[in-house]
Design a protein around this ligand. Structure first.
Ligand code: PLP
Length: 405
């Protein structure tokens, strides 16, 4: 028998990745307040997405413990069976109100929200014609992996446009004007920190009858009034961006995700998103903790967004003073281009020696030649920690100019 072996193929792909110096490994990073303990050393975390420093907040911990004590941990069933609790229903209502939409639907993770919602929006009701896609999905080149996967899972024709290029999106739509279409974009790009040209994309979609889908994993909690995100900050509403996806594991400091929009759209997604229908509902205690987080995010009595903005400004001013090649980002995501994966890994190791946890981001997460340190800021960082990080960055060997893409 000469059937090729799947495990052998997997092993050769893994070995090739190792040769290229691109293996990824999970390390144990214990949490001690805002610090991370790695191999017995306390490091200051400059790579997480807990932008407002809420993950360890006493209100979240109290809500989680209280609800788990009353209701137990697991929900034991999917939302549509018997897993949907009061806390989920209340959280969905509060998320809808926060984002100015009729209804929100909870998912267990952001990856699942994107896979399920895109599958429903692009695939439900389509008449399969062999060899022909039944929908078009146009995406920014730098979109999150789960958006790309969502379009593929739905069997849509996927076309990509150059980063943040609304005219490029229009050209891709025009190339397939016979298909129903969606344009999908990150609101804030996860590895670059810049904000999508949302008003221009909304105009392109409006003129061409396409649906705009925004994944605001990194904008919610950070941008806009009450932290309602990049769509709200751009002055856009449900008519411009009918489908908004948000995650609960970043600025909200919890875990999970939601899709928000008009009630009819959300009802359709609830019927057809397989990652919603066929999965166990998130713990009610987690929904309770997220409600506590949402109150802190919206009303921000502790001034966390202001502290975060001050920290971003301090970092950027200091980095510019050092002549570091900053990227055009006004958000907590402040990447430093390193060119090669080797340079990025060496820089991350040097920072770790100096007491900072910053992770090297390498291809395929970013394009070839685009390896970088993805530095993220949080409201919890103190000015002296930011200054100390800048000192450590100043001591890094500079990547050769030619290697920087
Ligand atoms: C993190 C992230 C996701 C996935 O969210 P999880 O809840 O971590 O699964 C989706 N989209 C973007 C842009 C992200 O940054």
């Amino acid at each position: 028998m000469n059937r090729p072996d799947l495990l052998a193929r997997l092993e050769s792909a893994r070995a090739a990745r190792e040769q290229a110096g691109l293996l990824r490994r999970a390390r144990v990073c214990d949490a001690l307040g805002a610090r991370r303990i790695v191999r017995g050393r306390a490091l200051v975390d400059f790579c997480g997405n807990d932008y407002l420093g809420l993950a360890g907040h006493r209100d979240l911990v109290a809500a989680l413990s209280r609800t788990a004590a009353a209701e137990g941990v697991g929900t034991g069933a999917a939302h549509l069976v018997s897993g949907h609790r009061d806390e989920h229903a209340a959280l969905e209502e509060e998320l809808a109100e926060w984002t100015g939409r009729e209804r929100a639907l909870l998912f267990s993770t952001g990856v699942m929200a994107n896979l399920g919602a895109m599958q429903a929006l692009l695939g439900a009701g389509a008449m399969p014609v062999p060899g022909r896609a039944s929908a078009l999905c146009v995406q920014d080149r730098l979109n999150h992996a789960s958006l790309i996967d969502g379009a593929q899972l739905a069997g849509a024709e996927l076309r990509r446009y150059p980063h943040a290029d609304a005219e490029g999106a229009a050209r891709q739509l025009d190339a397939r004007s016979e298909l129903p279409a969606m344009v999908a974009t990150d609101g804030v790009f996860s590895m670059d920190g810049d904000v999508a040209p949302l008003p221009a994309l909304a105009a392109v979609c409006r003129a061409r009858g396409a649906l705009l889908y925004v994944d605001d994993a990194h904008g919610l909690g950070v941008l806009g009034a009450q932290g309602a995100g990049s769509v709200s900050a751009a002055g856009l509403g449900t008519a411009d961006v009918p489908v908004l996806m948000g995650t609960l594991g970043k600025a909200l400091g919890c875990a999970g995700a939601f899709i928000a929009g008009d009630a009819a759209v959300i009802e359709g997604i609830a019927q057809f998103a397989r990652t919603y229908v066929y999965t166990t509902a998130m713990p009610a205690a987690l929904a309770a903790a997220t409600r506590a987080a949402l109150r802190l995010v919206r009303f921000d009595r502790e001034g966390r967004r202001e502290k975060l903005a001050a920290n971003i400004a301090r970092f950027r001013t200091g980095a510019a003073h050092l002549g570091l090649p900053l990227m055009p980002s006004a958000t907590p995501i402040q990447p430093l281009p390193m060119g090669t994966a080797t340079a990025a890994v060496a820089a991350a190791a040097a920072l770790e020696d100096a007491g900072f946890l910053v992770v090297a981001i390498r291809p395929p997460t970013v394009p070839q030649g685009g390896a970088r340190l993805r530095i993220t800021l949080s409201a919890q960082h103190t000015p002296d920690r930011i200054d100390a990080l800048l000192d450590a960055l100043a001591r890094l060997p500079r990547p050769a100019e030619s290697a920087v893409v």
